[in-house]
Design a protein around this ligand. Structure first.
Ligand code: FPP
Length: 245
């Protein structure tokens, strides 16, 4: 029986975020180059997206390339960028058929121009789709995102457009790259590492965390469904007591 059948459709997480980790180690275990891990990581991206479409998850956010990942060997960075472009070319049809809207967060201006162009084209082509929003975090740093928001608010205060006292949670959220997304309900990380690695630090304040002991290329729809079932068995209290819920 699939874990899909155990999902309670009334308590669905609206937004799932994933730290896709372990491509390199998975490849190494197989005696292959790291790039082989990333190529197989793309298959797992498809699994995650198909799973979200099947389970009716409205927002999926994937940590595809961190700001720190620019420090990796040049060849690996180039291979990842190339993989991004070829995957977008290949997957556009699936996006349209499944009503997937593409979105990006991060400093896209650092990406090679062909990748920027392909991203923009795909975002434009899928902007009317409403079934699921797939957000790719690319050249993304959560601390940078928070710094950018603080700068933006400070600028508005300096220009007299905003009072410092009026800055609150909601206004801060509205100045993040994720301004159009709800906060993640569930954050999944693969590879057994128990870290957040500068991903959505503000947004995961109340997210449930799920750490899986398998490498990203091995991730399947069933893993996604099982994580949703686990999430549904937890009690989200947002600081309240059980009795108050
Ligand atoms: C983490 O594994 C994975 C990445 C840094 C890149 C994720 C990219 C993909 C899955 C492919 C391209 C993405 C899209 C959206 C088409 P790692 O290399 O850090 O693994 P390690 O920790 O074992 O070294």
């Amino acid at each position: 029986m699939s874990f899909l059948d155990q999902i309670d459709n009334i308590k669905l997480p609206q937004h799932i975020a994933i730290i896709m980790d372990g491509n390199g180690r998975w490849a190494k275990q197989k005696g292959k180059l790291r790039v082989f891990g990333h190529q197989n990581g793309v298959k797992a991206v498809r699994e995650a997206l198909e799973g979200c479409v099947k389970a009716n998850i409205k927002f999926l956010t994937l940590y595809a390339f961190s700001a720190e990942n620019w420090n990796r060997p040049k060849l690996e960075v180039m291979a990842l960028m190339e993989l991004l472009v070829t995957s977008l070319k290949k997957e556009i049809k699936t996006f349209q058929e499944n009503g997937v809207r593409l979105n990006v967060i991060g400093d896209i201006s650092k990406l090679p121009s062909n990748a920027q162009k392909k991203l923009q084209e795909t975002i434009e082509a899928t902007k009317e789709n409403t079934h699921c929003t797939l957000t790719l975090a690319l050249s993304y740093s959560s601390r940078q995102e928070i710094v950018d928001a603080a700068r933006n608010l400070a600028k508005q205060v300096k220009e007299g457009k905003l009072q410092a006292e009026d800055i609150n949670d909601a206004l801060f959220s509205a100045n993040l790259y994720t301004q159009n997304l709800p906060d993640p309900d569930l954050l999944i990380r693969t590879s057994g590492e128990l870290r957040i690695s500068n991903f959505l630090l503000w947004q995961i304040a109340y997210s449930e965390l799920c750490f899986l002991d398998k490498m990203w290329p091995e991730f399947t729809k069933e893993d996604l469904f099982k994580s949703i079932v686990d999430y549904q068995q937890r009690e989200r209290r947002f600081g309240k007591t059980s009795e108050q819920l």
